[in-house]
Design a binder for this molecule. Structure first.
Ligand code: ADP
Ligand code: ZN
Length: 211
């Protein structure tokens, strides 16, 4: 099974992708997490991506595409995967098609802009394994610590209010056109993102036709 999940920044893509990773036993591949890791390790890719992320802009297509190509060639991807944050532009989706990749579905999580701005203030991420949390909607068992690895939970630098607004406008301009792209291929499924994590999960499973 090959799925891509799209949705606005902070819309719950990462959390739902983790849920699906467990459910289907296929890897969750987050381009955002790969890029942030490259930045913290100061690799050439990380250095190239740093300024874009800090401003809330997208990293250039060619950089992201070559990174995804490399990741999808790894053996754990043979049985399928859940792409989180890729493709994020029409050229990225076209590049994936020309790699010969046929997705089973493109899942869109819909959330209103006002809700996003509220939510991102409470978002946290494990500084070690990148697992996503939310102080209110998806809190860790121990405050400030990752349930999975005990790592310290941090706020992402690009979750500052100003940057969030920029990321939302980038989402509307560059990523939303993918809805039509996948609709034309009869691959689009839509799930409403809710305040409560369990409600979103229910909508996602319904949209995918599993339960
Ligand atoms: P969010 O969806 O909450 O913005 P992500 O972790 O998916 O979080 O992405 C964070 C940032 O990483 C984006 O704002 C963008 O700069 C960069 N990024 C992630 N995926 C892509 C992609 N497919 N193409 C270009 N830039 C990307
Ligand atoms: Zn962790």
């Amino acid at each position: 099974m090959k799925i891509t999940i799209m949705g606005p920044p902070g819309g719950g893509k990462g959390t739902q992708a983790e849920m699906l990773e467990k459910r289907f036993a296929i890897p969750h591949i987050s381009t955002g997490a790969i890029i942030r890791k490259a930045i913290s390790e100061r690799t050439p890719l990380g250095l190239a991506a740093q300024d874009y992320i800090a401003k809330g802009d997208l990293v250039p297509d060619d950089v992201v595409i070559s990174m995804v190509k490399e990741r999808l060639a790894e053996p754990d991807c043979e049985a399928g995967y859940i792409l989180d944050g890729f493709p994020r532009t029409i050229p990225q989706a076209e590049a994936m098609e020309s790699m010969g990749i046929n997705l089973d579905c493109a899942l869109e999580i819909r959330v209103d802009d006002e809700d996003i701005v509220q939510r991102l203030g409470g978002r946290r991420e494990c500084s070690v394994c990148a697992a996503p949390y939310h102080v209110r909607y998806n809190p860790p068992k121990t405050e400030g610590k990752c349930d999975k690895c005990g790592g310290e939970l941090i706020r992402r630098a690009d979750d500052a209010a100003e940057t969030v607004r920029e990321r939302l406008s980038v989402y509307h301009a560059q990523t939303e056109p993918l809805r039509r792209f996948y609709q034309e291929r009869s691959l689009l499924r839509t799930a409403k993102g809710c305040e409560e994590l369990a409600d979103t999960t229910k909508n996602v499973l319904e949209a995918l036709g599993v339960n």
